[in-house]
Write a protein that binds this ligand. Structure first.
Ligand code: ADE
Length: 268
């Protein structure tokens, strides 16, 4: 009797193993590439070209789950600024198996040699507005207070993704229009030449925007490779608002085209 029960037990186990092996993998066992932006126009082309299977809404952010040029993707517009970027990416990394995060969008140009519609691929990011404001002025100090990182830190992007993004950008807009370097993040739309000079002097920044470093902090905490791709809509100076209005959509599309090119190369 015992032998019979044991044989039955063994058969059940073998059946279970067989059924699991043949069953299609559940969707959540697929690894997705996470693509995140701040604004709708920064993912417009991507959503148009993607095959979206479903849209999940978490905390007001829509996560478009599907495929783009043959790659499994989750695409989300997280919102403007550091808090929204951090919240949106955290939710994405908690909900889906994400192999890497690509942040795409626009920025203000900071380095002298950059022009509107050039591309900047971040090699590292910095929170330029994190620090101490005393009677002596603003002192930059990033990193968690008390963690030992208070001296000010830069967050490195994944070198392989940087190379992939750089090569893709060269293909899309040409080598003369692509730069690699530090991107400075803060919760301000910068339209002030003096401040641009400070970002250049203090951080050797190539561009400024409002989400990159926040995305970096979250991705580093979750041990997920990431890169930030930004096309310049303006030069963050007194003409920034007009320039942003005139070139924002075109710049957003350029960065999206670079993401698509990256996906094509990731396939090979
Ligand atoms: N995004 C696009 N232009 C910007 C600017 N000048 N400052 C901050 N974020 C931006």
């Amino acid at each position: 009797m015992r032998k019979k029960q044991f044989a039955l037990f063994l058969i059940c186990i073998m059946l279970a193993v067989f059924v699991c092996g043949c069953a299609p993998k559940s969707e959540e066992s697929t690894e997705y590439i996470g693509i995140v932006s701040a604004m709708d126009n920064e993912i417009a082309i991507l959503l148009k070209e993607a095959k979206i299977d479903r849209v999940d809404t978490i905390a007001d952010v829509e996560y478009h789950v599907g495929s783009l040029h043959g790659q499994p993707v989750v695409i989300a517009r997280a919102g403007i600024g550091k808090i929204r970027a951090a919240s949106g990416i955290t939710a994405m990394l908690m909900k889906y198996p994400i192999s890497e995060v690509i942040f795409t969008g626009i920025a203000g140009g900071v380095a002298d040699e950059t022009q509107v519609l050039d591309e900047v691929i971040a090699t590292r990011l910095v929170e330029h507005d994190y620090g101490i404001l005393s009677n002596n002025g603003f002192e930059w100090r990033s990193g968690d207070p008390g963690s030992g990182d208070e001296e000010g830190i830069y967050y490195d992007c994944d070198p392989e993704l940087v190379k992939l993004a750089y090569d893709a950008a060269v293909e899309v807009v040409g080598e003369d229009h692509v730069f690699k370097g530090t991107i400075a993040t803060g919760d301000q739309f910068v339209a002030n030449s003096e401040f641009v000079e400070k970002l250049r002097r203090d951080h050797d920044a190539y561009a400024c925007e409002m989400e990159g470093a926040a995305s970096a902090v979250v991705c580093i905490k979750y041990e997920t490779p990431f890169v930030v791709i930004r096309a310049l809509s303006d030069k963050a100076d007194g003409k920034a608002h007009d320039s942003y209005g005139n070139f924002g959509d075109i710049a957003a599309d350029h960065s999206s085209s670079i993401v698509i090119k990256m996906l094509d190369h990731l396939k090979n």
